[in-house]
Write a protein that binds this ligand. Sequence first.
Ligand SMILES: [Zn+2]
Length: 144
Amino acid sequence: MSYYADLSPYEYLSNQPDMVNIGWLSAEYSYSRGAVPDDFLRALLVWPIDDSTLLRGVHDCDFCDAESPLRVPAPVERGYVSLGMGEFHVASRQGIVYSAPSLIVHYISSHQYKPPMEFLEAVEWRLSECGPDELGGRFPGLSQ
Ligand SMILES: [Zn+2]
């Protein structure tokens, strides 16, 4: 998978709006590690993948032998999500849009990746802004 430094300008796919890279990791570069809040990881597990990025190539994890698409248990109706295809797009309160490969969920849960604080804040802001009820089917795991 292509490597892009956290918070660098997005360039993986053309015809996308201005975005900022998050979690485009590679074994050739070190990355920040640490714990992230459970709510944050649970939100990403049910975060919708941007349709325009789906099936535009499969990303494999650079740190282990897991092959994409990776099936990960998730609080959704079918009980799992597939990672390694497509991107999450997250808009912050300040209007910055972050692009993260869906594999970021695996990087966090299996390789201790800790994304930049401003990305954590953007996800949490979206959650608080929408509220679990309004999110409905988009965040089924958070509606309880
Ligand atoms: Zn891995």
